[in-house]
Ligand binder design. Structure first.
Ligand SMILES: C[S@@+](CC[C@H](N)C(=O)[O-])C[C@H]1O[C@@H](n2cnc3c(N)ncnc32)[C@H](O)[C@@H]1O
Length: 234
């Protein structure tokens, strides 16, 4: 493998250094990953030839970034909880602080299950102590009772809904957004991460979107509503 140095003109470090100081190193890496269609680590361990065309394309991407486009809108991708999400101008770019919310939901869902288990024990004890037939209670399948139902209002790119569906084994998620365009992206993200069977998407204004849901009852409701003014949005 060839050793790379910053003064070897025409290698990837040449591009990285060309705009150092104008964009952050993380953004520079994200643009180069996109340009070379590679993983971040590859930038440091593989050899890439930087032709004139590549350099022009790179300069064009940097121009877009410097004119105010977030890198995620340029590349069409954003990372959330270590997963890759499609994003467009129709969707909010997932923020790292929202990952805290997802972790909180996963912890809360454990409490939901614990509470259900203790209720189930309570009922089973009562039924056996009163010498009733327990068959009625056995009809509630254990699997069903363990499924946690979550509503994600204002789903945007579906990052919260899709991540929860991916990380939680027994979960049923309903995701709502007022924007049809955002929902299309959210559905693509669910397909991409192979969780379409665990997430139902509805278009509409908050809870009003649930009029067609046959059982709109939830254990957990999460909502990250719009909080950036239109004029401040990128
Ligand atoms: C801040 S983004 C949140 C996106 C994503 N959940 C996240 O946490 O990154 C807010 C989303 O709420 C949607 N929205 C705005 N008003 C709404 C409403 N009345 N009902 C449902 N969704 C709405 C917007 O279309 C946008 O996708």
């Amino acid at each position: 493998m060839k050793l790379k140095t910053a003064d070897y003109k025409r290698d990837i470090f040449y591009l990285m250094n060309k705009y150092s100081g104008t964009i952050s190193i993380v953004e520079a890496e994200m643009l180069l990953e996109y340009l070379f269609n590679c993983a971040r680590l590859d930038l440091y361990v593989k050899d890439f030839v930087v032709t004139d065309t590549i350099e022009e394309l790179h300069d064009f991407l940097i121009e877009r970034r410097l004119s105010g486009d977030p890198v995620q809108y340029i590349t069409g991708h954003a990372e959330f909880m270590g997963m890759d999400f499609i994003v467009t101008k129709d969707t909010f770019i997932p923020r790292p602080e929202t990952e805290l919310l997802v972790n909180e939901i996963i912890n809360s869902s454990r409490l939901v299950r614990l509470r259900r288990d203790s209720l189930e024990h309570y009922w089973n004890d009562r039924v056996s102590s009163q010498q009733y037939s327990s068959s009625g209670h056995d009809n509630i399948s254990r699997e069903q009772s363990r499924e946690v139902k979550i509503l994600d209002l204002c789903t945007g790119s579906g990052n919260i809904a899709v991540t929860l569906a991916k990380l939680m084994p027994q979960v049923e998620i309903t995701a709502v957004d007022i924007s049809e365009a955002a929902l299309k992206i959210a559905e693509k993200n669910a397909e991409r991460h192979d969780v379409s069977d665990k997430v139902k998407f509805y278009k509409g204004n908050a809870f009003n979107a649930l009029v067609f849901d046959i059982n709109p009852k939830f254990d957990i409701i999460v909502c990250n509503p719009p909080y950036i003014k239109d004029e401040e949005a990128p």
